[in-house]
Unconditional design. Structure first.
Lengths: 112, 628
């Protein structure tokens, strides 16, 4: 099992969700987050005053998928989230030891 | 086996008796829908069971009653047992000495009741304890307001009922009033101070059964404190209220009985599923005397209509509760009292203001001077005052006689725009809606009156959502940039939105658009935006709005979803997105209005809908479009 965490542009969220549904990823957790990457933000003028804006709004999605589906899911996210510009985000992959469904104690892939 | 004999009812026949009586009551309810009969019937059955158990376990007391008795409290004390309500018992003793000797018998009696699957709560207190005020547990003091004698020493009960408890109440009634007011207001806050939830809780929500009890308790405390009498508390309410609230109470009782039977537990939330079922069975409408149906029984045609009937009734209970809390909560002294007296200076030639309530100086006037009705709501909107019961009656009468038809169209807008822009606009609009003024002026609003549209995110009815948008925008305008704790830090997103609200040239147009932006949801048009547009066109023609203002309002209504769609679907950091959006809004003034409308609309879906994250996105789209 792999856990996929992706940080994406808010505007690409619907497209990413649809692409994941298409390849059979059914569940995910979605968070409204703020952050920055290599591009450390910028200063912004508002009514004559200067403010530093270093955190930009992003969406983070998390899901755990069977190993066989992991690469497909990553490709789906990349395809749907890419605009080619700075700020498109990142995808992280980690190994997951086990998953347990609280309702009935199912384990492993069956719990996903 | 001799000692297993239970006298009149053996263990086996007791549970048999309870089961068969419960079934009989339920079947009778299925036929008649009479909730009050269930409450009475169930109380009688439990009375019988409790009495026979008392005879069995306290047989030694029967010959020599003294210093010990059993009382019912809460709903059971009131003889109002719902199918799955708890049963509250109080074992009263003269002194703590009796408590030890009765412990075994009490435990045995309670066990038998548990075995009947009754949920029993109990306490053991001495007479002296019942006369003490428990500041940490005033619920116990209040619970005694419903105490009823069940068995044991009647003399002991009489001392509590006629002497000890009235003494406590007359000494500490201010504390009891204050505590009831606090817990009731906290409970209302938990439900966002509105009755208009899509899936309301009919016990705890504002205007629910708990509020009805609070009204009774307030009246009872006052009667005991003043005259040491235990008269039926309803009789102490103003007569005009009784006529409205009585049928509302019956309706709620029938509905809660239905809910308990339907869900087979003490569940008080009217979920969508329960609304469908209640409507299909015509719950609350069976007895043919419903005023809404002109005396003949017509089941409501749809769950939406059934819910409208529900809200109408709950609204009257909620009104009475707020009014009584106001009347009984001591406010004559202290700072608040001074403030209230100061507010009485708001009186003028047409209105007098007394203890936060507005009165017409001459109640007959609205019939002759139609604009006075609107000026009443202006003063409410301006100062956040309450409409007095007398003024309410005068307004309702004036509306019934069609006084609003006599208003010249220009006059309506002149007053209405003021109402919309004053800080307590939402309060005034809710009152206008409740008293039928809004409907008389804008029949289009009727389409969304108490309308439930089932939706995963929305929490309130469509009309309440619309009032909430106006309330949220006025709340925004009370934020002041200069009041920030740290003036050097970047202003919060809402502070910035507050600033553009202050800059608007015609905020009244934005408020007008907000009031009617969702009216189309109650119309037959396939697209609610188009429905709202049609409705608002008719309204603008009627109130003779200036042509450029009509263009603005039309723009806001037609595009009221545009900005939130752009936020969610488009990359707002992309120049192309910003350019396309800027082309659509054309002017900075419109951009400001649409940003504020979007803010208010999302924020009024439910209290958590507008996260700071979303507010930031909204602000960024506004700012980049403004700089474009």
């Amino acid at each position: 099992m792999k856990k996929i965490e992706a940080i994406i542009q808010p505007s690409r969220f619907d497209a990413v969700k649809d692409a994941l549904h298409e390849i059979g990823v059914e569940g995910m957790t979605v968070l409204e987050v703020r952050g920055h990457g290599r591009q450390k933000g910028h200063t912004e003028f508002y009514r004559g005053n200067e403010y530093k804006v270093d955190l930009l709004p992003k969406i983070k999605i998390e899901m755990v998928v069977p190993d066989a589906l992991a690469e497909q899911a990553v490709q789906a996210i990349l395809r749907a989230a890419k605009t080619g510009k700075i700020g498109d985000g990142k995808v992280f992959l980690t190994h997951v030891d086990d998953a347990i469904r609280i309702r009935n104690d199912e384990r492993g892939d069956a719990a996903l | 086996m001799e000692n297993r004999n239970r006298g009149l009812i053996s263990a086996f026949s007791l549970s048999d008796f309870y089961a068969s009586e419960s079934l009989r009551i339920q079947q009778s309810f299925d036929g008649t829908g009479d909730g009050l009969a269930v409450l009475r019937g169930r109380s009688e059955v439990v009375d019988t069971a409790v009495a026979s158990l008392y005879r069995h376990y306290f047989s030694s007391q029967l010959d020599q009653p003294g210093k010990f008795c059993m009382l019912a409290l809460g709903g059971y004390g009131r003889r109002e047992l719902f199918p799955h309500s708890d049963i509250d018992l109080l074992f009263l003793t003269e002194s703590s000495a009796e408590q030890a000797s009765q412990r075994m018998a009490i435990a045995a009696l309670l066990r038998e009741l548990w075995d009947l699957r009754l949920r029993v709560g109990h306490s053991v207190h001495t007479l002296a304890e019942c006369g003490r005020l428990y500041r940490q547990n005033l619920e116990f003091n209040v619970a005694l307001l419903d105490c009823r004698y069940l068995a044991g020493d009647p003399e002991l009960f009489n001392r509590l009922h006629d002497d000890v408890y009235p003494h406590l109440v007359s000494r500490d009634h201010q504390d009891l009033f204050r505590n009831l007011a606090e817990i009731t207001r906290a409970r209302h806050r938990k439900y966002d101070d509105t009755i208009f939830h899509l899936e309301p809780n009919l016990k705890e929500g504002p205007g629910g059964l708990r509020d009805y009890h609070v009204c009774r308790w307030l009246a009872r405390i006052s009667a005991i404190a003043k005259h040491k009498v235990w008269s039926p508390p309803e009789e102490l309410w103003p007569a005009a209220w009784r006529a409205e609230v009585g049928p509302a109470w019956e309706f709620l009782c029938a509905t809660r009985c239905f809910l308990h039977y339907f869900r087979e537990r003490d569940d008080n939330q009217l979920s969508y599923e329960c609304q469908d079922e209640a409507c299909a069975r015509g719950i609350g409408f069976q007895r043919g005397a419903d005023p809404d149906c002109g005396g003949t029984w017509l089941p409501p045609p749809s769950p939406e209509d059934w819910m409208r009937a529900y809200f109408r009734r709950v609204r009257s209970i909620c009104q009475l509760t707020l009014r009584l809390l106001d009347d009984y909560t001591p406010a004559g002294t202290g700072l608040y009292g001074l403030f209230q007296n100061w507010r009485s200076r708001l009186s003028n030639a047409d209105f007098s203001v007394l203890r936060e309530k507005v009165y017409f100086r001459q109640p007959a006037v609205p019939a002759q001077d139609p604009a006075l009705v609107l000026r009443l709501f202006e003063i409410v909107a301006r100062h956040g005052l309450e409409v007095s019961r007398e003024a309410e009656r005068a307004v309702a009468e004036a509306v019934a006689h069609g006084v609003t038809n006599l208003l010249e169209s220009g006059v309506v807008w002149n007053h209405f725009r003021q109402i919309l822009c004053f800080p307590a606009a939402a309060k005034a609009l809710r009152e206008m809606n409740r008293l039928g003024v809004l409907r008389a002026l804008f029949p289009e609003f009727q389409a969304i009156d108490s309308l439930v549209i089932r939706d995963f995110f929305h929490r309130y009815t469509v009309d309440e959502h619309s009032f909430m948008t106006i309330q949220n925008l006025h709340a925004l305008s009370r934020r002041k940039l200069r009041d920030r704790p740290n003036p050097d830090a970047a202003p919060e997103w809402e502070d910035r939105l507050a600033e553009i609200l202050e800059e608007l040239e015609q905020p009244e147009l934005l408020y007008l658009a907000l009031l009617f932006h969702d009216v189309g949801k109650g119309m037959e048009t396939p697209d609610h935006v188009e429905g709202s547009r049609q409705a608002v066109e008719a309204i603008m023609t009627r109130i003779e709005l200036a042509p450029p203002d009509r263009t603005t309002v039309r723009f806001l209504i037609v595009n009221h979803l545009e900005m939130s769609t752009t936020l969610q679907r488009r990359d707002i950091f992309e120049t192309e997105t910003v350019r396309a959006f800027a082309e659509k809004v054309e002017t900075t003034e419109r951009l400001k209005m649409l940003s504020l409308l979007t803010y208010a609309d999302i924020k009024s879906v439910n209290p958590e809908a507008l996260t700071p994250w979303k507010t930031e996105l909204l602000w960024r789209l506004y700012a980049s479009t403004a700089n474009h």
